[in-house]
Design a protein around this ligand. Structure first.
Ligand SMILES: [Fe+2]
Ligand SMILES: [Fe+2]
Length: 456
């Protein structure tokens, strides 16, 4: 079966199973073979165009881990399973369609949420032969998912329920035969009840799937997380570096309309692995302390530094951090070479291969990962130069970004050249603002900031 799917260039067959299951779920209640076959053919087309052609190829989440696909299909099926008995029992106005589609928008993206919603509505209106269901729910699904597409505060979900109730009443007005007190009351209440259920379910889904909404991410980013507290005590230089990376990356993500909440929070955690051996990272060395790398071979230095990736991933799993944050840990170094130790090793043994000093990768797989890689390198380079001149800051940033681009580290991130230009502009703005603020500091403090350095 999987061979056929490969030949047809289809990415999975869990989707096909979900299609079959959703039809079986509907037909448990009123079985009719001919109708069932019709539905199967109809849904197969809808599934192919909406999921295979549009969704799985264009939404990067589905390439990252199979849990995204399973969560999508699970919530799609749950939507059908819960909605159908409700419609049968209480009429079409009480269908809890919104719950699963809004959850998917919060957890992944607007496109994912509306695809699940449209598929659910299509199947149910087809099964019940009801155009009313289609006309009443499609506008609501598009509208309410659109309202919550980029939110990171719970209150925004509640607000969207208010606006959607107004829309639901307007949609009822368009079908006068259904405009009665019962339907109006349910139409007004349905979005509110849906949002209460959504906000109640969200933390459980996030914990079990490790797919986090921006609401969950914002909570992780409030600096109270035990890992961040540990990082601030055991590796204060890395903690400071992570906050600076977050500031740079968040501004850049905002500029190119990437997910800036995720970028900020992921930046806080990107180097948590450094807390295992903090003094091997120069930003954590106390002033005038001896650098431990002076005493060991560059090959061993490389292994120790590379280990912050492995330790970081282990910590991310132990603390059940969001999956995408775990992916950022190896991707922020991509497959770059640790040049400092590579050159040091080459002095000892000229035949040393660059490959021996390469990070394991993978390269950044999505825009946010690319932005963090750039911000990480820019932050490390900027703090090692002692200047506040606009021209030199601009040159350093441009060199770093073009260097990473030319190494082809951003090939799989989805970032285009226009976006890279905008990211550079934003980095320059942020750095200039920070260095201006630094000038106001007392002299000793400036020295401390400048002396903190980072071996890449
Ligand atoms: Fe790192
Ligand atoms: Fe870093």
């Amino acid at each position: 079966m999987s061979e056929i799917f490969k030949k047809l260039n289809l990415s999975n067959f869990e989707g096909l199973i979900a299609v079959i299951l959703s039809i079986l779920v509907l037909n448990i209640f009123d079985y009719n073979l001919v109708k069932m076959l019709n539905e199967f053919v109809f849904l197969l087309f809808a599934w192919y165009f909406l999921i295979e052609v549009l969704l799985l190829k264009n939404i990067y989440h589905f390439r990252l881990h199979k849990i995204y696909r399973f969560t999508f299909y699970f919530l799609y099926l749950l939507g059908i399973f819960v909605t159908y008995p409700f419609i049968k029992q209480y009429g079409f106005v009480i269908a809890p369609f919104l719950i699963t589609t809004l959850l998917l928008t919060l957890l992944m993206s607007y496109e994912v949420g509306i695809t699940a919603g449209v598929l659910q509505v299509l199947l149910l209106s087809f099964h019940l032969g009801s155009f009313t269901i289609f006309a009443y729910y499609i506008p609501q699904i598009l509208f309410m998912n659109f309202l919550i597409r980029n939110i990171n505060r719970r209150i925004e979900v509640a607000k969207s329920a208010f606006y959607n109730s107004i829309l639901a009443v307007i949609l009822l007005l368009l079908q006068p035969s259904f405009f009665n007190l019962y339907n109006v009351t349910i139409s007004v209440l349905n979005p509110f009840v849906s949002t209460v259920v959504i906000l109640g379910l969200l933390p459980y889904i996030e914990y079990f799937t490790r797919i986090y909404s921006n609401i969950g991410l914002s909570e992780l980013g409030n600096m109270n997380h035990p890992l961040l507290k540990k990082l601030s005590i055991q590796a204060p230089g890395t903690y400071y570096h992570s906050i600076m990376v977050a500031t740079l990356a968040e501004a850049a993500a905002d500029k190119i309309k990437a997910n800036s909440t995720f970028v900020r929070v992921a930046s806080y955690f990107h180097d948590i692995g450094k807390m295992i051996r903090p003094y091997f990272f120069v930003e954590n060395l106390p002033q005038n302390a001896e650098n431990p790398h002076e005493k060991i071979s560059p090959f061993l230095s490389h292994i120790i530094l590379e280990d912050h990736i492995k330790s970081g991933i282990e910590l991310a799993r132990k603390y059940k951090l969001p999956l995408r944050i775990e992916f950022i840990i190896p991707q922020h170094h991509g497959t770059r070479v640790q040049k400092y130790f590579y050159h040091k090793a080459k002095e000892i043994d000229p035949s040393t291969s660059e490959e021996a000093f390469r990070y394991p990768g993978p390269k950044p797989q999505f825009k946010e990962a690319g932005i963090i890689m750039l911000a990480d390198s820019v932050e490390a380079a900027i703090k090692s130069i002692n200047t506040t001149s606009y021209q030199s800051i601009k040159e350093v940033i441009e060199n770093i970004v073009s260097g990473i681009y030319n190494e082809r580290q951003l090939d799989e991130s989805g970032l285009n050249l226009r976006e890279l230009e905008l990211i550079i502009e934003e980095f320059i703005k942020v750095i200039i603002n920070i260095t201006k603020a630094r000038i106001e500091y007392p002299k000793e403090d400036i020295q401390k900031v400048v002396q903190v350095n980072d071996f890449k």
